[in-house]
Design a protein around this ligand. Structure first.
Ligand SMILES: Cc1cc2nc3c(=O)[nH]c(=O)nc-3n(C[C@H](O)[C@H](O)[C@H](O)COP(=O)(O)O)c2cc1C
Length: 170
């Protein structure tokens, strides 16, 4: 899929088909994450690939607002460097967006998980001191019975302006 088409059509996916995710696709997704912009090129991230079914289930059960991780064929846990206090959140978010777009272009969906038991997941993946769990991204093919939902976007005129705020002749 073309980049622009993938970026514009991407939607979060919270239900996955059991079809396995190919290793090379997961590898490309992580490459997209590694290649995100980061302030001063500090790359304050680590990506932990989770493929083991039992671990996916354990992690999913610890995701308060992301139980769907339990049924995903793969996931990526993103760690952020706590010594980089100024921009690490922004940098990691960009890596996440790159990975979501790359996955979508490859036919795979994901959803950002914002609430989880960080201490327990950190222990499971043996996160080193000085690194926090930023998010968990499940990846999988869409469940044909529960395709991703279209979300309402703010009207273009509400958020796009020409030269000055309020001029909508774009
Ligand atoms: C920082 C952030 C945290 C989010 N946390 C959750 C979450 O915990 N659980 C969930 O189901 N979706 C979560 N989402 C997904 C959003 O609800 C979703 O991106 C939004 O509704 C827009 O849908 P779209 O991405 O399909 O355009 C999160 C998204 C972001 C950016």
């Amino acid at each position: 899929m073309e980049a622009i088409e993938a970026i514009i059509s991407r939607k979060v996916q919270r239900a996955f088909a059991p079809t396995p995710v190919e290793d090379d696709k997961l590898s490309k997704i992580v490459e997209a994450g590694r290649n995100a912009m980061s302030a001063r090129n500090l790359q304050p991230w680590q990506f932990i690939l989770i493929r083991d079914r039992a671990r996916l289930k354990q992690i999913g059960e610890l995701c308060t607002t992301g139980k769907f991780v339990t049924d995903a064929p793969a996931a990526i846990v993103v760690l952020k460097d706590l010594s980089n206090t100024r921009w690490a959140d922004v940098d990691c978010a960009q890596a996440v967006q790159n990975m979501a777009n790359a996955g979508w272009a490859l036919g795979l969906g994901t959803c950002w998980v914002g609430n989880f038991d960080a201490a327990k997941i950190g222990a499971l993946i043996e996160a080193p001191t000085g690194w926090a769990i930023f998010t968990i991204l499940p990846f999988g093919y869409p469940d044909p019975k529960r395709p991703p939902e279209a979300r309402p976007l703010k009207r273009r005129a509400e958020v796009v302006h020409l030269e000055r705020v309020g001029n909508q002749k774009t």
